[in-house]
Design a protein around this ligand. Structure first.
Ligand SMILES: N[C@@H](CCC(=O)N[C@@H](CS)C(=O)NCC(=O)O)C(=O)O
Length: 253
């Protein structure tokens, strides 16, 4: 892992000093597998365990990037299909990703982790202080599981017909504040809660169901375009081919 640490810290400095040199930022450490040696857990290093295909883990990864914590939180990708046994035994008994090893403890649950990272680390705040925005933000974050489970369950029925109201809900929500293209104006934890899922949903609708979820939803178009300009998110995007392959096995087999 020293090597990955080095790449991450080096990358951070390089990117900070020379923003045009992006290629190193995109280097992803290889995922650890059942034959990977255990890490020196609880040695004071803060580690974020993820899987590249996982949208929950991606939330925590985006948060870490957007707060500029690339040299403070080491990314540890795990191959969930061939995971190291020490992950469950020594790190996270629930055996899921994401998890965060920090200050001698391991925390899980992506929505808790993005809030925890925002509140307990340096870097720009990802949740506004304005009470109206906070209230709406909480409402949107508590809606995200309903949103995603509605979309995922439509895959077994008529996805285009069954999901139209769910996407309209997002389009309306994007009209709530007018000081930016994101849910709360500026990019925040709310966008982070939705974006990894919408990335996959848009891909599946376009490639499998031949439907553009943004048609007739101009705010959603802008939201996706603007999110794609944010480096901290862009660097985390899922490999399309790999995701579609996994999706077909899981949902269409
Ligand atoms: N509610 C959890 C869900 C995490 C989750 O289900 N992660 C999946 C990968 S996308 C996982 O680790 N699955 C491993 C397993 O179920 O064995 C969160 O928000 O973090």
């Amino acid at each position: 892992m020293e090597n990955h640490n080095f790449v991450t810290a080096y990358d951070f400095k390089l990117h900070t000093c020379f923003p045009l040199l992006r290629s190193v930022s995109d280097v992803r450490p290889p995922a650890l597998t059942s034959i990977s040696e255990p890490l020196p857990f609880f040695d004071g290093t803060t580690r974020l365990y993820i899987c590249y295909l996982c949208p929950y883990a991606q939330r925590a990864w985006i948060t870490r990037n957007c707060k500029g914590l690339q040299d403070k939180i080491v990314l540890v990708p795990i191959d969930l299909r061939n995971r190291p046994s020490w992950y469950k035994e020594k790190v996270y008994p629930l055996n899921k990703v994401p998890s965060l090893e920090h200050n001698g403890k391991v925390l899980g649950e992506s929505l808790d982790l993005i809030r925890y990272t925002d509140a307990n680390f340096e870097g720009p705040s990802l949740f506004p202080s304005d009470p109206a925005k906070r209230e709406f933000g909480e409402q949107m974050i508590s809606h995200v599981d309903t949103f995603t489970s509605g979309i995922y369950s439509s895959y077994k029925g008529d996805p285009v017909e069954q999901t139209s109201a769910a996407f309209d809900y997002l389009e309306n929500a994007l009209g709530k504040f007018d000081d930016g293209p994101f849910f709360l104006g500026q990019f925040s934890l709310v966008d982070i809660a939705y974006v990894s899922f919408l990335e996959r949903i848009q891909l599946v609708f376009s490639e499998i169901f031949k439907h553009d979820i943004t048609t007739g939803r101009p705010k959603l178009v802008t939201w996706i375009q603007e999110a794609n300009k944010i480096d901290g998110y862009k660097q985390t995007k899922v490999d399309k081919e790999e995701y579609l392959k996994a999706f077909k096995i899981k949902f269409l087999a």
